[in-house]
Design a protein around this ligand. Structure first.
Ligand SMILES: Cc1cc2nc3c(=O)[nH]c(=O)nc-3n(C[C@H](O)[C@H](O)[C@H](O)COP(=O)(O)O)c2cc1C
Length: 148
């Protein structure tokens, strides 16, 4: 079956989200997503999560059902679900980008383009701008060496 793309946003319960919680989440998710043939990117935008998941529709749907009842976040809002979607984020089974942690010049690039206040870049309201932010984050990942 053709892959689908699902995008949602949510609000973290733990603020700020600790490095340890994020590491646990990413380690677990990378392994599980890889087994399920799912790829994606998770942005941390201040206290908000923005995640894109791509892969087999039944696997992505099942994962989203689990994610939407996860007690580590709330106010989970579906932004887009597209079937037969062109894969745009196939580089990583799961990759986290904390927009607060980006090098200065990359943050400036995003701040010139997206609404922000007090150093926090806001998740855009329109789905098309959300995809644009995710693609910008992807481009930043591909041009920024990973720091542990
Ligand atoms: C913001 C957020 C993003 C998550 N993303 C994923 C993910 O991409 N893959 C995954 O397996 N679990 C993810 N989880 C965890 C799931 O909600 C759930 O805890 C996990 O799938 C349960 O795994 P299990 O079936 O091994 O118990 C995420 C949780 C949160 C709060």
């Amino acid at each position: 079956m053709n892959p689908c793309r699902l995008i949602y946003k949510s609000t973290a319960v733990e603020v700020p989200v600790s490095n340890e919680s994020i590491r646990d989440l990413i380690d677990h998710s990378s392994k599980k997503n890889s087994d399920a043939g799912i790829t994606g990117l998770l942005l941390l935008c201040g206290r908000h999560f923005l995640q894109v998941l791509e892969g087999p529709p039944e696997k992505v749907n099942a994962l989203f059902q689990k994610i939407s009842v996860d007690s580590r976040h709330h106010t989970v809002e579906l932004i887009e679900f597209q079937v037969s979607a062109e894969s745009l984020f196939q580089e990583w089974s799961m990759r986290l980008v904390d927009l607060y942690d980006l090098p200065g010049e990359k943050r400036k690039l995003l701040m010139d383009k997206y609404e922000h206040a007090d150093g926090e870049i806001f998740i855009p309201k329109e789905a098309v701008r959300v995809i644009s932010l995710l693609l910008d984050a992807r481009a930043i990942c591909l041009t920024t060496p990973w720091k542990e």
